[in-house]
Design a protein around this ligand. Structure first.
Ligand code: ZN
Length: 142
C-alpha cells in the first residue's frame, strides 16, 4: 500500500504517495461529524488519516468550500509518536482534483500541547483506493 487513489473507478487518479504524510488516528465519529465519504455505507472505519502539512505534497487534491458550523468535529488527533493535537476549527474539505468528488478529508487548524497552532491537511486513508498497485500487480502477471 504505497499510493492512494481516487476511490471512483472511472476516475482513479493518484492522490498522494502514503510516504508523503504521517499517519494519525482520529476518533471514529469524525467521519460522521465531518461528513467524510466512506467506500460503503456498512464500512466500519478505524480512524486512520494521513496528515500532510503542505498542500503541494498532494499530486491531485482540490480544496472545497468552507465547512458548516454543524459539521465541526470536536476532539483530538493522536500522532503515532504520542503527540496529541486538539482540533480548533475545520476550515475546508479535501476533494479529488480530477472529478471534484469527496469529501476525502479536511483542512483544519489544531493546537499542539505547547499551545502552538498549526494548519493540517487530514486525508481519510479508508476513503481512498489503493487499487492502482493491485492493477500494477495484475499487469505484471501477463
Ligand atoms: Zn476523482
Amino acid at each position: 500500500m504505497s499510493r492512494l487513489y481516487c476511490p471512483f473507478k472511472e476516475c482513479n487518479c493518484e492522490i498522494i504517495p502514503i510516504s508523503k504524510g504521517r499517519q494519525v488516528m482520529l476518533p471514529v465519529q469524525a467521519y460522521e461529524e465531518m461528513k467524510i465519504m466512506l467506500p460503503a455505507q456498512a464500512h466500519q472505519p478505524t480512524g486512520k488519516f494521513l496528515v500532510v502539512n503542505d498542500v503541494w505534497d498532494f499530486d491531485n487534491i482540490g480544496v472545497s468550500r468552507g465547512v458548516p458550523e454543524r459539521h465541526q468535529p470536536g476532539g483530538s488527533i493522536g500522532f503515532l509518536d504520542g503527540t496529541i493535537c486538539t482540533i480548533v476549527k475545520t476550515e475546508k474539505y479535501l476533494i479529488c482534483a480530477e472529478c471534484d468528488r469527496g469529501p476525502l478529508g479536511v483542512v483544519c487548524n489544531v493546537t499542539r500541547a505547547d499551545g502552538t497552532e498549526e494548519a493540517l491537511h487530514l486525508l481519510s486513508i479508508e476513503s481512498l483506493s489503493t487499487g492502482g498497485s493491485i492493477n500494477e500487480e495484475a499487469a505484471a502477471l501477463d
